[in-house]
Design a protein around this ligand. Structure first.
Ligand code: GLC
Ligand code: CA
Length: 487
């Protein structure tokens, strides 16, 4: 079994998952304590957002030491313990690699300025993704401008410099040697900039990031990813690369798989994330994904993350029935699903009062990063770094309730694990009434969800394996979905 194709992955925002020492900050010890829970839920791997030392301008995405662990989160020993304890439960650990930029407090920024991008004058119209304004800032000490595609405190590395490539080979090996199963690659599409520093085409109408045609989205990013894939394949078992290739045009996105087995193993499909929860547009994204991916490549689905927030808020407006439909979609499509911590509870974005917002970006991403509610009441947290205002959906109570979304998710994961059709079967769209989406997986499994407002008659004969709620009598009510075994 190729674990990363057949398994279910689970994203953990370490500061907000579980706090083992009561200082209000989630940590690696907390993840270790929750491995029993993750094993019970049935996940095959976890991806941790950055755990490296960082001044936390962008909560770990401004790395000041690539081979260390942030003291708030624990130590290297804690990481080793996590990898070992997880392995005993057949859970793999993926880390987050942030190769486009470092923190401005990384020693390199003072001691190895050649690893960054410098100009005497602002050379073009490139804009920083955070903070507004140019992507170039004057460094007082050097009297020159450095490039930062994100915040000022995140200077871009110069990927045209072979020394940068060598440094990152060492960083990859450092973690792969410790048994880390792979990396999620931060802004994989941004890795390298146009060598001639040509202007971006500023088009405010363009879909997210699409206008960054020279500051990012360069074909040479693929060479770097291919080099890492080759390095990852020298390990046994091969380590994997999961890319945040934030490209909404699916043709461009599919290129991140190379010829299917020589670049990213998986690339998050953000085109789906940006569609409304509606059968027609979603079916179209999936059909195009299936058409455009190289034969050897494997899709990758998600509904929530630490940037886009939680699908319960974006897609379901707090409706648990719809949230179960989303889970059925994510786990029922062909491809690897990533759940974001709390998705299994149908957790919505949390409330964060303005004076407690801590994100560098606007609008703030903090509502999608609030602490995991483990129990009713305080949620199992003392004075957490982001507020936890609502614990009405929590692990303890949902675990005890056989009809909860948590138990639905667990059952769905178990069915998927037991079913070669659901793990590996081909995707085939079936004729569907308006607002309904029905597809076959492999030989004998059918998934159907009704995302509309009217009841729909299903003319698929079969035995229900799981419904999002209640008995199935041939009619699929609004916000209902099911898995069927057909002959
Ligand atoms: C990615 C991360 C995001 C971060 C940005 C800059 O998009 O997911 O959280 O702010 O890169 O590193
Ligand atoms: Ca802690």
């Amino acid at each position: 079994m190729t674990w990363w194709r057949e398994g279910v992955l689970y994203q953990i925002y370490p500061r907000s998952f579980a706090d083992s020492n009561g200082d209000g900050i989630g940590d690696l010890g907390g993840v270790v304590e929750k491995l029993d829970y993750l094993e019970w839920l049935g996940v095959d791997g976890i991806w941790l957002n950055p755990i490296n030392p960082s001044p936390n301008i962008d909560w770990g995405y401004d790395v000041s030491d690539y081979t260390g662990v942030h003291p708030d989160l624990g130590t290297l020993d804690d990481l080793d313990r996590l990898v070992a304890d997880a392995a005993r439960r057949n859970v793999r650990v993926l880390l987050d690699l942030v190769p486009n930029h470092t923190s401005d407090r990384h020693l390199w920024f003072r001691e190895r300025p050649d690893l960054y991008v410098w100009q005497d004058e602002i050379p073009n119209n490139w804009l920083a993704a955070f903070g507004g304004g140019p992507a170039w800032t004057l460094d007082d000490e050097r009297g020159r401008y450095y490039l930062h595609n994100f915040a000022r405190a995140q200077p871009d590395l110069d990927w045209w410099n072979p020394d940068v490539r060598d440094e990152f080979d060492r960083i990859l090996r450092f973690w792969f040697d410790r048994g880390v199963a792979g990396f999620r690659i931060d802004v994989a599409h941004a890795l390298i900039h146009d060598r001639r520093l040509r202007d971006d085409v500023i088009d405010v109408e363009a879909r997210e990031g699409a206008h960054r045609i020279h500051s990012m989205n360069q074909p040479e990013a693929h060479d770097i990813l291919k080099r890492w894939r080759a390095l990852a394949e020298t390990y046994e078992p091969p380590r994997i690369l999961v890319g945040e290739a934030y490209v909404l045009d699916l043709e461009g996105w599919a290129k991140f798989y190379g010829s299917g087995d020589d670049e990213l193993n998986l690339a998050f499909n953000f085109a789906l994330v940006h569609e409304p929860l509606s059968a027609r547009p979603m079916r179209t994204i999936v059909a195009n994904t299936e058409r455009l991916l190289p034969a050897a490549a494997w899709p990758c689905w998600t509904g929530s993350n630490h940037d886009v927030g939680r699908f319960m808020s974006r897609w379901c407006d707090g409706d648990d029935a719809l949230a179960r439909c989303v889970l059925l979609i994510l786990l029922g499509l062909r491809g690897t699903p990533f759940l974001y911590y709390g998705d299994e509870l149908a957790l919505p974005d949390g409330g964060v009062p303005t004076d407690r917002l801590r994100d560098v970006a606007e609008p703030s991403r903090d509502p999608g990063r609030t602490p995991m509610p483990w129990t009713p009441g305080d949620g199992g947290w003392r004075d957490p770094w982001l507020p936890l205002e609502d614990t009405s959906r929590n692990v303890e109570e949902q675990r005890a309730d056989p009809d909860s979304t948590l138990n639905f998710t667990r059952e769905l994961i178990a069915l998927r694990r037991a079913s070669p059709d659901l793990r590996l079967g081909a995707y085939e769209e079936l004729p569907s009434p308006k607002d309904v989406w029905i597809w076959r997986r492999g030989e004998r499994t059918v998934v159907a969800v009704n995302l509309g407002r009217g009841a729909a008659k299903l003319d698929v004969e079969g035995r229900p394996l799981l419904t999002t709620g209640g008995e199935f009598d041939g009619t699929l009510n609004p916000a209902c979905g099911l898995l069927l075994a057909v002959d």
